[in-house]
Design a protein around this ligand. Structure first.
Ligand SMILES: *Cc1c(COP(=O)(O)O)cnc(C)c1O
Length: 383
């Protein structure tokens, strides 16, 4: 079932899935098989070896592709495995233009793994189209962006950046982890490739590690399929089953994350111990308008600058009771973290400070608990 005309909620539950023709089982079975029997060399039912393709993984991939409105999905063992696979489309001497506050692990891959292999990267404030344009070189082959960015929640105009990429014949890749396909569909805004850390909202329960890629064309799908099969960082059969199950509740989870985040952002804005609240849903957000235009919601992530510097930040982190101090995001439970000391520690302090990841910056992944409890928890920790 791939029909894009059906509603998002319907596709989240049914796309890529049919009752098992042999037993009638309504849920896609976990096909725990590494290889598949052939009736004659090369004659088979579409599967030869699980690194290349597996029926459970394929159902999950087809569901992902349907939700992102792309042509083909691919599932990986982690978001970083998905990133690594995409970066192998490049060759030594190629240049990437990347947004200037990306997930720390992506920056680590760019600067400490792919740089050694001859890939050049420029980090640019992509909310500024002119500045991004001036970063283009003859060898620019890829644009890499997250929006909203991590952790500063800047909103980048996907349409404009992807149009620029197209103009200079470079690929555009959008890391859609923070919004999930429920709120934002970059391929419909001109992106060539969308990727995810499925570990976050797609999995949604902080119990799985995974990554995803969805391509906009068959030609790109062919390249990614070749690289996926060659590099081998695929999602396991069991995890594919669990992710497929998670996708079924993605719409209702995302709505609940957002409803809580909106209320919490208003509460924090009015709080005397908070210096500044960054949430794309607030009218005070510098790119609130673009956020409202390119996405159907604002998501569940909030970033705050607290009063009292590092000491003030630590006080909150150590005193919350429902919010749990942990890296990661996108699970049903609320998490709180300190980017400068945790997720973004691998980024040099100088660059962190330059982009605004200061010591009094705290990031919240708002879960779907009772909002009164979340407000009460942050209020008492702030005091
Ligand atoms: C977590 C994350 C990644 C990396 O994904 P893993 O599943 O941890 O490998 C990439 N991008 C963003 C925005 C993330 O939050």
């Amino acid at each position: 079932m791939k029909n894009k005309k059906l509603g998002f909620e319907t596709r989240a539950i049914h796309a890529g899935q049919n009752a098992d023709p042999v037993t009638g089982a309504i849920m896609t079975p976990v096909y725990m098989s590494s290889t598949y029997v052939q009736s004659s060399p090369g004659v088979h039912k579409g599967y030869e070896y699980t690194r290349t393709s597996n029926p459970t993984r394929r159902a999950y991939e087809d569901c992902l592709a349907s939700l992102e409105e792309g042509v083909r999905g691919f599932a990986f063992a982690s978001g970083c495995a998905a990133t690594t696979t995409i970066l192998h489309m490049l060759s030594s001497g190629d240049h990437i233009i990347a947004a200037d506050d990306l997930y720390g692990g992506t920056v680590r891959l760019f600067d400490r793994v792919f740089k050694q292999m001859g890939i050049e990267v420029s980090y640019v404030k992509m909310t500024d189209l002119k500045l991004t344009e001036t970063a283009v070189r003859k060898n620019t082959k890829m644009f890499w962006l997250e929006t909203p960015t991590n952790p500063l929640l800047q909103v980048i105009d996907i349409k404009k950046i992807c149009a620029l990429a197209k103009k200079v014949k470079a690929l555009s890749v959008v890391d859609n982890t923070f919004m999930s396909p429920y709120f934002q569909k970059p391929l419909t805004l001109g992106a060539d490739i969308v990727m995810h850390s499925a570990t976050k909202y797609i999995g949604g329960h902080s119990d799985l590690l995974g990554g995803a890629i969805v391509t906009s064309t068959d030609a790109l799908a062919e390249k990614i399929q070749f690289l996926t099969n060659s590099l081998g960082g695929v999602c396991s059969n069991m995890d594919s089953f669990l992710f497929l199950r998670s996708l079924k509740t993605l719409p209702i989870r995302m709505r609940a994350h957002e409803a809580n985040a909106k209320k919490l952002a208003d509460f924090l804005t009015a709080h005397s111990k908070v210096e500044r609240v960054i949430y794309p849903g607030l009218k005070s957000h510098p790119q609130h308008k673009i956020a409202s235009q390119q996405a159907s919601g604002f998501g569940g992530m909030i970033t705050i600058y607290v009063k009292g510097g590092l000491k003030g930040a630590k006080k909150i982190l150590e005193n919350v009771k429902i919010f749990q101090l942990a890296e990661s995001l996108g699970g049903v439970e609320s998490l709180i973290e300190h980017p400068a000391l945790m997720t973004h520690l691998s980024i040099p302090k100088e660059r962190r400070e330059k982009i605004g990841v200061h010591d009094n910056l705290v990031r919240l992944s708002v879960g779907i608990e009772s909002i009164e409890d979340l407000i009460q928890d942050l209020d008492s920790a702030l005091r």
